[in-house]
Design a protein around this ligand. Structure first.
Ligand SMILES: Cc1cc2nc3c(=O)[nH]c(=O)nc-3n(C[C@H](O)[C@H](O)[C@H](O)COP(=O)(O)OP(=O)(O)OC[C@H]3O[C@@H](n4cnc5c(N)ncnc54)[C@H](O)[C@@H]3O)c2cc1C
Length: 449
């Protein structure tokens, strides 16, 4: 019987195991994972805020999940891979031979090299244990500092405000979420945070964390901010050492993979936060450390490792985020990204309502679409508003993947009923806005000729 070994039982590893079993029941599948519990880290901020009743609601036993699907489960740390002999060794002296191997070791929270970074009551937010420690400390805290203005930092700040703490969010770049949105949306997002009393310190890196045993304050931008607890949300470093040590090709930030998610060594695949993906738009290798990417990687490698040939289609960096009662989402390239890539673009932006504007309870929504001016194909979209943002982002992601043009989107056959959706669709309106801009540009060009 052919043997598949998977290192790591997170979203990527577990999906790979379940997919492999569904694809070929005869394959002997074993997961080696350090964690006894299976859970989605994405749920952690909402357990801390109290929106999800208790921590136990988000996890299940790894062994139980595996036994239901006839998958072997070894709770242990893989320590080395011999790709010649096709053997994985573990910390508890285990030795596992394989025909195919999947490395799905995820990432580790990165901590900046700042003085005081190892004081007590400084937490990362990646695991159930992190969330438990934060929840214990929150009960006797007044002031919290979140370092890092990416999605996890913002979710952490929102949770702490909801719990009644005074929260300062520090971001070294000039804006929160600066890799994800264009400036006009970043300002709106930051205003929403300020309205809810999140104190923002932008464009300054933390100079020092002050305290003797426990953290007391944070020095930044010439100020000293009191802190009973700090959440470090300063990025995730791919956990690629085991691959590197085995002679598998790694780049600066993770394991290099090809179109099948196979590494530089035959029969060894990589998936999830530890692996590079290809951008669906530029074709360049990039990190896409998202749960959605981990699941898709897992599905692809789970099939390929048992004999199928499935191409990984690439990533768009689609994401959605809830900031109090406000939703934000994006997919593909921003206008700023496009500039860096040397792509000339035209954008269309529209503000609209989520239901008919006379229907009680409708909310506002604001969408920007970005098109390549040469072929008029959509390459990116950003959406912010009161509701339905994630669903709009998904539609735009499909449009990008299908290389839809402005005209395709204008012709979208959408649905309408006052309590659910307005008579004019926001995607169509934004595409029409971009279309008018192109028409104007073309007229001007003709006049010049
Ligand atoms: C707070 C938070 C919120 C998030 N929210 C979202 C969200 O809303 N949407 C979204 O798309 N993404 C979100 N993400 C990102 C998403 O959770 C990750 O991209 C995803 O979990 C990565 O899955 P993975 O399987 O690659 O890694 P992981 O889930 O980290 O799993 C890797 C596993 O491998 C194990 N392992 C590592 N090394 C070894 C070894 N040598 N031997 C054995 N086992 C090993 C680890 O213990 C771990 O269990 C969030 C992340 C965090 C932290």
């Amino acid at each position: 019987m052919s043997k598949l070994v998977i290192i790591g039982g997170g979203g990527a590893g577990l999906t790979a195991a379940l997919t492999a079993k569904k694809t070929n029941r005869k394959v002997d599948v074993t997961i080696i994972t350090e964690r006894e519990l299976s859970y989605s880290a994405c749920a952690l901020p909402f357990v801390i805020s109290g929106e999800i009743g208790k921590l136990e609601d988000i996890y299940e036993s790894m062994e139980l999940i595996c036994s239901k699907s006839n998958i072997g489960c070894i709770i242990d740390a893989a320590t080395s891979v011999d790709t010649g002999k096709k053997i994985v060794k573990t910390a508890k002296n285990g030795s596992f031979s394989y025909d195919s191997l999947i490395i799905a070791t995820g990432g580790m929270p990165a901590k900046p090299p700042v003085k005081g970074v190892n004081l007590e009551n400084i937490f990362t937010l990646c695991s159930v244990e992190d969330a438990r420690s934060i929840m214990e400390k929150v009960d006797n805290s007044k002031n919290a500092v979140v370092i890092g203005g990416g999605a996890i930092g913002i979710e952490a700040a929102v949770a702490l405000v909801d719990l009644g703490l005074s929260v300062t969010l520090i971001e070294g770049f000039d804006h929160v979420l600066c890799r994800f949105f264009d400036p006009e949306y970043l300002e709106i997002i930051e205003d929403r945070l300020k309205e809810k009393k999140v104190e923002l310190v932008l464009g300054h890196f933390v100079e020092e964390i002050v305290g003797e045993k426990e953290v007391v304050s944070v020095k930044v931008a010439g100020k000293e901010i009191p802190a009973d607890l700090i959440i470090m949300a300063t990025g995730v470093r791919p956990n690629s050492k085991i691959a590197e040590d085995a002679g598998i090709e790694t780049l600066k930030c993770g394991i290099k993979t090809d179109w099948l998610m196979q590494t530089s060594i035959k029969d060894v695949y990589a998936a999830g936060d530890c692996a590079y993906s290809k951008s669906m738009i530029t074709g360049k290798l990039m990190l896409s450390q998202l749960g959605t990417t981990a699941v898709r990687h897992g599905t692809v490698v789970g099939m390929n490792a048992v004999g199928e040939t499935v191409a990984f289609e690439g990533v768009l960096g689609s994401m959605a985020l809830k900031i109090f009662d406000f939703e934000v989402g994006r997919t593909g390239l921003t206008e700023s990204d496009a500039k860096v890539e040397g792509i000339d673009v035209v954008s269309g932006r529209v503000k609209h309502t989520t239901k008919a504007k006379y229907y009680p309870g409708h909310k506002e929504i604001d969408m920007k679409l970005i098109f390549n001016i040469v072929d008029r194909r959509i390459i990116g979209g950003q959406v912010i508003g009161g509701e339905t943002v994630a669903k709009e982002v998904d539609l735009l992601a499909l449009a990008i993947a299908q290389q839809a043009t402005i005209e395709d989107l204008i012709g979208l056959g959408y649905s309408y009923t006052p309590p659910l959706a307005p008579s004019h669709n926001i995607v169509v309106l934004a595409a029409e806005n971009a279309h008018r801009k192109i028409m104007r540009l073309e007229k001007m060009r003709k006049k010049k000729c």
